[in-house]
Design a protein around this ligand. Structure first.
Ligand SMILES: Nc1nc2c(c(=O)[nH]1)N[C@H]1C(S)=C(S)[C@@H](COP(=O)(O)O)O[C@H]1N2
Ligand SMILES: [Mo]
Length: 326
């Protein structure tokens, strides 16, 4: 089987290589009676003024005394330039293109609270201060792999999920966790056409509890040594480096412990294309392209994709393979 669709896209604008957007566009056109009339506007909605630059890295709060955890910083490729990763994002609440950083500045992050509930003995509502006081904040350098086949390496700031799990004491019947992202229809979140499409907002994702307590699973509150920019999912998002990027819900407001697997955003839209487990696997093609290779976002100032082989579990087999041996 040598039909690989993604390599053809090395040369085309990234929007057209965007599987998730392509999928939603297609579905929108199929489902919406007036979709055809609206279709040219989709690109305009998703876009923004690319002559601007994102807020300077120096405008974000930093973490004095931050220490890189060297046990979780071994990667086989350079750290991606911030000038690239902060301008190439997926955050569908703000558009289907990659240049959503500007639109995402509308996300209201003041007085953020994260509610932790469900099958736990100690339900909690944390604010950002609580999280930083309670859990030791560290830096980790992780590979990151989107299901669309682009990848990067970034230094996250945050804490392992298992610390939070311990703090809330899940009950023995808790088997899954669900993350819910911030959503407010009123502050232009999401392109208008989503109104005509059955999209299961808010964005949710889920892990098995044993995945959540794996050493690698991480809550990020920062990146490149400073607080998370809004386009990366401020003020707190999930990072699960052995899974495709869509598993890492951004701007989390709720964490629930459940006894069964919940429906999730992409899996509800199309379970065939976005399976629940979503482990990075070069041998398991996406229905519309191979996953054997990826395009790596390395050095700036311009996107200059490097083609690389995809690694099983994104290179984290030693940590996670045992979770999937039946
Ligand atoms: N709430 C929310 N979380 C989300 C998404 C989204 O659209 N909405 N996109 C996901 C996808 S597909 C990817 S690849 C990563 C992208 O993270 P980044 O933009 O910080 O690189 O965020 C994930 N988390
Ligand atoms: Mo993604």
């Amino acid at each position: 089987m040598s039909i690989i669709r993604i390599p053809q896209s090395w040369e085309i604008p990234e929007r057209e290589a965007t599987s998730e957007a392509v999928f939603l566009n297609r579905r929108r056109l199929l489902k919406s009676a007036i979709g055809a009339a609206l279709s040219p506007s989709i690109l305009a909605i998703a876009g923004c003024d690319s002559s601007q630059t994102p807020p300077a890295a120096t405008s974000y709060p930093t973490y004095p005394g931050l220490v890189r955890n060297s046990a979780f910083a071994r990667v086989d490729r350079p750290i991606t330039d911030e000038s690239l990763s902060s301008r190439y994002n997926n955050f569908y609440e703000f558009g289907t293109g990659k240049s959503i950083w500007s639109a995402a500045q509308a996300l209201p992050t003041e007085n953020w609270k994260v509610e932790v509930s469900g099958l736990v003995n100690r339900p909690q509502t944390y604010d950002l201060d609580d999280l930083q006081k309670k859990f030791a904040i560290e830096e980790r350098v992780y590979r990151f792999r989107c299901v669309e086949a682009w990848s990067m390496v970034v230094p996250w700031v945050g804490f392992p999920m298992k610390l939070l799990v311990k703090d809330v004491e899940p009950r023995s019947n808790a088997k899954f966790v669900r993350f819910t992202s911030f959503y407010d229809e009123k502050i232009r979140l999401g392109p208008k056409w989503l109104v005509f499409t059955k999209v299961p907002w808010p964005y949710t994702e889920s892990l098995r509890l044993d995945e959540m307590t794996n050493d690698l699973a991480f809550f990020a509150i920062g990146i490149y040594g400073h607080a998370l920019p809004k386009q990366h999912g401020a003020p707190i998002r999930a990072v699960i480096p052995w899974k495709y990027g869509f598993k890492g819900a951004k701007s989390i407001v709720k964490i629930e412990f459940l006894d069964r697997q919940p429906p999730t955003f992409w899996n509800t839209i199309d379970a065939h294309e976005y399976d629940f487990e979503a482990n990075v696997n070069p041998n398991k093609p996406h229905p519309r392209w191979s996953q054997a290779t990826e395009k790596f976002m390395g050095k700036g100032p311009n996107l200059n994709w490097e083609k690389r082989s995809t690694l099983l579990y994104n290179g984290y087999a030693e940590y996670v393979a045992s979770l999937y041996q039946t």
